[in-house]
Ligand binder design. Structure first.
Ligand code: FES
Length: 882
């Protein structure tokens, strides 16, 4: 075949798909997203026709012309479609971009635009998890969204991402975009049982298979307990996990690993492993899990040593407390509302699956290149688990293809590192999409009971919450998600009487973990729904009931105990956000409702701390290099959150440089002294503040005439410790139309007002907000990881619906005009927060349309149909009821 115009000869293996064939040839622009023809990240042209190369046999391309994104242009000379994606900045992580460019190129006009009525149907097979599709639509339409670089003016402008040219032409290296020569591959045997003891594993047949280099079982791994969840303090998460355990606690848990010369041999060997299990009773319902007599998930562990709140009751973390007198507040209330809300299990669906490759460097030091958001935290925990000194481990990232919190888990790096140490050779593990569903922690499902009391004016007199979170088989992020989810959602409202009882419990389900919003989305759904109901009782508009009750500068942030004194008002734009969202909805514009459908409007608010509690640290350097360029050394990783762009902009602005003269060295534990990592929306505020401080230090040194060091560099240093923390706000408003006969819901109008402080890069911020809203709409309406007796039954994008281009409305993004006293140049974080108010805003609009309130996420079509049917039958007289 010809690949990008070059003749290629070879011998694809029987059944080998075109994608793996091309990647083995070294063309890593062709991405692996799903293995099933669902996501489009692997799209190539075969004789000019777009195909999903993961389901296209390589032999069918023999004698044909194969075109990848690299055949359509170069970073120096991008092709017309690539230029459109550059001009519009039509990507965030960019893992989907090659597939879009390739597919679009088959349909594009000579100028690179795609003008089609059926755009949404045409790109149905190309998923994007980051952007919400607006910037991709802009690229296809030929819009220009970025400002040119240059002139020493970067701040506040939509300058392009530093890697943009390489991303749109397929030359930017993601985690496993490395040559494959001499690399061993690791494959996993996983548990078919939700709870079982491994009685016997016979590895003889697997180990004897030619090409197999290593078999690992629970007998071969360190006897060290740790957590896959990573935080600045490793004590935040319970030590309840062993690399490979002789007790399995969920369907899909790792049981054994095989390392072999190819993926095929490793998978064959896995099938030869013989395991005898003693199947044990399992519990899947979190309510049942904490009842006496329920099977215990970690009952044998020490509460103190493993930091599990009550192992004998399956409770990993809990908080119970009250301020004021809730009973009296409810008794004195003129209006009371209450209800119970439930949220489903959601997966991150980052298009790049978890993966890592490890090797030993020339000094024998362990190097792990990983898809992680937290390189330093993975380094530290690998050292802990493997008994190594920290300086004997280096963790690096390439560009990471989406994270959303999921890559704050260490789920592949440990086994890869152990295999490298045992074999002395490079080893890699790349999870399949099915393993992402069955093994990788997703969003915590929660049950949230809310009771509110208010006086005759709608001013809150009491708030009572009871929260139950399903942390699954392991407690990674279980305490953090519980406390954070309840913290800013409850602290958003001033009320003298508050009570919160919250517990996170173990079950024998796939573990839950960190996910955009970190629990806030679940609790905000319940509180904002209850508050909407209260507004109806009192006769107030949704915005007005919030104006009367939200915290204002000077207030304390109170949940169920002493005020959080580390949280301060560095700025305040919630009042503006409420006005902006209310005004946008009041304009009455948007799509028309289909005839006969019910129409309703809804609004919800959310607050988020701009930095996680208990410390988040970043060190950075900014150096004047001998060649006259300026380099940044920072530990945090870029995974589509725009951190790289922001850091370059901050330095360029401070030093009066063209951003093109600034080089970034990031996501590497050798690049900086320390960085807690990119989670909790800290990339701009914490790492950004450290970078800005380093740039200022460099400017001072240069002004003082400091001579270069032995390497010819002048180096500025900066740090930030993440305390005190400011708060940011989001208000989302929607108008929806609902067909009561079918349960179909359409969003006619969507607006989000955000208080992000001073905006560093408007286009990037808009992309983050739109991406968060898209994920909010997905989990509000479609997305649910389903389990049957603990076994995940939604194992592919074919039956787990990530929103497609046609599923999402355009969201108008409005900005409050604020300047934060704590953030760099007045900026605040805005990565996770846009997700949080979306589902309740939609639920409140459904309530407005239907007269009945949804209490469960996702509000899938069948659930809305039932809600509409029940609402109809409850308003009929018995004679009318069929
Ligand atoms: Fe599309 Fe990340 S930019 S998946």
């Amino acid at each position: 075949m010809n690949v990008d115009g070059t003749p290629v000869t070879g011998d694809p293996a029987p059944g080998q798909c075109l994608r793996t064939w091309l990647r083995e040839l070294g063309n890593t622009s062709v991405k692996k997203g799903c293995d099933a023809g669902d996501c489009g990240a692997c799209s190539v042209l075969v004789d000019g026709r777009p195909v999903h190369s993961c389901v296209h046999p390589a032999v069918r391309a023999v004698g044909r012309e194969v075109t990848t994104v690299r055949g359509l242009g170069t970073p120096e000379e991008p092709g017309p479609v690539q230029q459109r994606f550059l001009d519009a900045q039509g990507f965030q992580c960019g893992f989907c971009t090659a597939g879009y460019v390739v597919t679009a190129s088959a349909l594009a006009e000579p100028d690179g635009t795609v003008a089609r009525e059926d755009l949404e149907a045409t790109f149905k097979g190309n998923l994007c998890r980051c952007t919400g599709y607006r910037s991709i639509r802009d690229a296809l339409a030929g819009k220009t969204n970025v400002s040119p670089c240059g002139g020493g003016r970067a701040f506040g402008r939509s300058t392009p991402a530093p890697a943009a040219r390489r991303v749109v032409t397929g030359w930017e290296d993601y985690t496993l975009d490395l040559p494959l020569d001499g690399v061993l591959h690791l494959a996993l045997l996983t548990s078919p049982h939700a709870h079982a003891r491994v009685v016997r594993i016979d590895t003889a047949r697997a180990a004897a298979l030619p090409g197999v280099r290593l078999v690992l079982t629970h007998r071969d791994v360190p006897d060290v307990l740790y957590s896959t969840g990573r935080h600045a303090s490793r004590l935040d998460d319970p030590d309840d996990t062993r690399m490979l355990d002789d007790v399995v606690r969920f369907c899909g848990q790792r049981v054994a690993a095989v390392v072999a010369e190819s993926v095929a041999v490793a998978e064959h060997a896995v099938a030869l492993l013989e395991v005898e299990y003693d199947v044990l009773p399992a519990v899947h319902d979190p309510e049942e899990s904490r009842r006496p007599g329920s099977p215990l998930v970690h009952g044998e562990k020490s509460a103190t040593r493993s930091r599990i709140s009550e192992p004998a009751r399956n409770v990993v973390a809990q908080t119970h407390g009250e301020v004021g007198d809730v009973a009296a507040g409810l008794a004195s209330a003129a209006h009371r509302v209450s209800g119970t809300w439930r949220t489903g299990r959601v997966t991150h669906a980052a298009l790049e699956t978890h993966g890592a490759r490890g090797w030993l460097d020339e000094d024998g030091r362990l190097v792990v290149r990983s898809s992680t958001q937290v390189p330093f935290l993975v380094r530290d925990e690998l050292a802990h688990v493997l008994g190594l000194e920290r300086d004997r481990v280096r963790v690096v990232t390439g560009r990471v293809g989406g994270g959303f919190g999921g890559k704050q888990e260490m789920v592949v790096e440990d086994l890869v590192a152990l295999a490298v140490l045992r074999t002395g050779e490079p080893v890699q593990l790349e999870l399949t999409r099915e393993q992402q569903f069955t093994m990788v922690p997703g969003r915590h499902p929660m049950r949230v009971e809310v009771e509110l009391g208010a006086d005759a004016d709608g001013v809150l007199t009491a708030m009572r919450l009871d929260v139950l979170s399903d942390t699954g088989a392991y407690g990674n992020h279980g305490p953090g998600v519980l406390f954070h989810g309840c913290h800013e959602s409850v602290a958003l409202y001033r009320c003298a009487n508050k009570r919160l009882d919250a517990e996170a419990v173990y079950t024998h389900n796939v573990p839950s973990g960190a996910f955009r919003g970190y629990g806030l989305g679940q609790v905000v759904f319940a509180i904002e729904s209850a508050l909407d109901e209260l507004a109806r009782e009192v006769g107030l508009s949704p915005a007005e009931v919030r104006r009367r009750n939200v915290v204002r500068p000077g207030d304390d942030f109170v949940v169920n105990g002493a005020p959080d004194t580390d949280l301060v008002f560095g700025s305040y734009g919630l009042d503006q956000c409420l006005d902006l969202a209310e005004e946008a909805l009041a304009r009455g514009d948007g799509d028309p409702a289909p005839e006969g459908w019910l129409v309703g409007e809804g609004l919800a608010a959310a607050m988020i701390a701009t930095i996680p509690p208990r410390g988040h640290h970043a060190d950075a350097t900014v150096a004047c290099e001998p060649d006259g360029t300026v380099s940044i050394g920072v530990g945090t990783a870029e995974f589509g959150n725009g951190t790289a762009t922001v850091h370059v902009q901050l330095v360029a602005e401070e030093l009066g440089l063209d951003p093109a003269r600034v080089r970034l060295h990031a996501g590497d534990t050798d690049a900086a002294a320390y960085d807690t990592g990119a989670y909790g929306s800290t990339g701009s505020v914490v790492a950004g503040s450290a970078v800005l401080a380093a740039a200022r230090d460099l400017r001072r040194r240069l002004a003082a005439g400091e001579p270069p060091d032995a390497d010819g560099r002048v180096v500025g240093r900066g740090e930030h410790h993440g305390s005190p923390r400011s708060v940011a706000f989001n208000v989302h408003g929607v108008r929806v139309a609902l067909d009561p006969a079918t349960g179909e819901l359409r969003i006619l109008r969507s607006v989000q007002a955000v208080d992000a402080g001073v905006v560093i890069n408007p286009e990037q911020l808009r992309g983050q907000v739109e991406g968060g809203v898209a994920q909010g709409i997905g989990s509000a309406l479609f997305e649910e990881v389903r389990l049957a007796d603990g076994e995940v039954t939604t194992r592919s994008f074919r039956n787990y619906r990530v929103p497609q281009m046609g599923d999402l409305p355009e969201t108008e993004v409005r900005y409050a005009d604020t300047h934060d006293a704590l953030g760099p140049h007045g900026a605040k974080s805005m990565s996770e927060a846009p997700y949080n108010p979306v589902a309740p805003a939609i639920a409140n609009a459904v309530r407005d349309a239907l007269g009945a309130r949804p209490h469960e996420l996702p509000m899938s079509r069948d659930r809305l149909w039932r809600l509409a049917r029940n609402a109809r039958s409850s308003t009929r007289s018995p004679q009318e009821d069929p």
